[in-house]
Design a protein around this ligand. Structure first.
Ligand code: 5GP
Length: 191
């Protein structure tokens, strides 16, 4: 059977390859480990579902090779609905399962676009009395930042285009692509 995704044909161009993601994830993990070398209490990784699921899995494993011990929590929030622009209205679809008071939290984000989701999330985590809250985001679109949010670790700055793959979806599809790319225009016309 030929190797390749069902979805390859819908991709106009690849923005970041699988190899680039792998290398960058290791780099970010080394950086975070070095900065937290004395965090004996460990780090609490908070994954923002669903988009960050691939990055969380790869980043947590990479961190495990170098870093302090980690625990994982998952939150799901919604700010996009079915469309491709942030509404700014954030809904919690799945909350944290436990108390994070006194924990050193690292939010693991897929992409920061307007920054509205993250800005809301940081306030929320701080209101739950985390000892510290930092953010690692695999992608950031610098042109689109509407609110200033402190993102300590950024993987790639990408252009202000809607992208899919490596966890990022369009109407729940394309998440399983191992790379990140831009959809062909006719995909939107079809749906
Ligand atoms: P923001 O609130 O920063 O505008 O958007 C944050 C969330 O919107 C991200 O965590 C991600 O889930 C989604 N998002 C932002 N840009 C894109 C994109 O280009 N493609 C996809 N699939 N989702 C995006």
């Amino acid at each position: 059977m030929a190797e390749g995704s069902w979805y390859d044909a819908d991709i106009d161009r690849v923005i970041i390859t699988e190899e680039q993601i792998r290398e960058k994830t290791a780099e970010l993990a080394k950086q975070v480990s070095a900065d937290h070398a004395d965090s004996t209490g460990g780090l609490l990784l908070v994954c923002v579902l669903k988009g960050a699921v691939m990055f969380m899995a790869d980043f947590a494993r990479a961190l495990g090779r170098y870093g302090p011990p980690t625990e994982m929590e998952f939150m799901a929030v919604s700010s996009y609905g079915q469309g491709t622009t942030s509404s700014g209205v954030v809904r919690i679809l799945k909350d944290l399962d436990r108390d994070i008071a006194g924990k050193h939290v690292i939010v693991v984000e897929d992409i920061v676009d307007s920054g509205l989701t993250l800005s809301w999330l940081l306030k929320y985590l701080e209101s739950r009395s985390a000892a510290s809250v930092e953010v690692v985001a695999l992608f950031r679109k610098p042109d689109a930042v509407k609110v200033h949010v402190p993102v300590k670790y950024v993987g790639f700055e990408i252009p202000s285009e809607f992208v899919v793959g490596y966890g990022l979806d369009y109407s729940e599809r394309y998440r399983e692509l191992p790379y990140v790319g831009v959809l062909k225009k006719d995909v939107y016309a079809r749906s």
